[in-house]
Write a protein that binds this ligand. Structure first.
Ligand code: CMP
Length: 137
């Protein structure tokens, strides 16, 4: 089984979409092996997204991700990384396909409801950023 790291972002949490998104995750056959609600401060968001620090959207991204509670999760399934990215849809909700989470719950490229790792190495790094081994069951 492959694991990936996922976030339900502050926009989706504040709009009350958490339960619906978790339900869609489970209906797609993912097992949730870790989950908790967190609130990043600005420095934590800058550290988590350090890979993007030279990008023009870094300031807006880290301000947004530290603006309110988010739900962080580890999802487990065969081919979990690709399947979670498929369920999320394109980064920009305007480009996302029907029945994807970003199409249904995202507003724009900054407020796009969910995050997912792009490769096994990043999934591991991102998981360890938020979870101890004892929290991943
Ligand atoms: P996420 O999967 O969390 O990874 C980085 C985030 O930066 C991305 O989702 C978007 O919400 C945000 N972002 C804003 N502008 C861009 C852009 N031009 N390209 C990629 N990501 C962007």
């Amino acid at each position: 089984m492959e694991k990936t790291f996922a976030i339900i972002k502050p926009d989706a949490v504040s709009k009350g979409y958490t339960g619906e998104i978790i339900s869609r995750i489970e209906k797609k056959g993912f097992k949730i092996s870790a989950m908790k609600k967190i609130k990043m401060d600005k420095k934590t968001a800058e550290s988590f997204y350090a890979v993007h620090k030279e990008k023009p959207f870094f300031e807006a991204l880290t301000t947004f991700m530290s603006s309110g509670p988010a739900v962080v999760m580890v999802l487990e399934k065969e081919n979990a990384i690709a399947e979670w990215r498929e369920l999320m849809g394109a980064t920009n909700p305007e480009d996302a396909e029907e029945n994807t989470l970003r199409k249904d719950f995202g507003k724009n490229i900054d407020n796009n409801a969910v995050h997912g790792s792009d490769a096994p190495e990043t999934a591991d790094i991102e998981t360890r950023f938020f979870f101890a081994d004892i929290e991943c069951v």
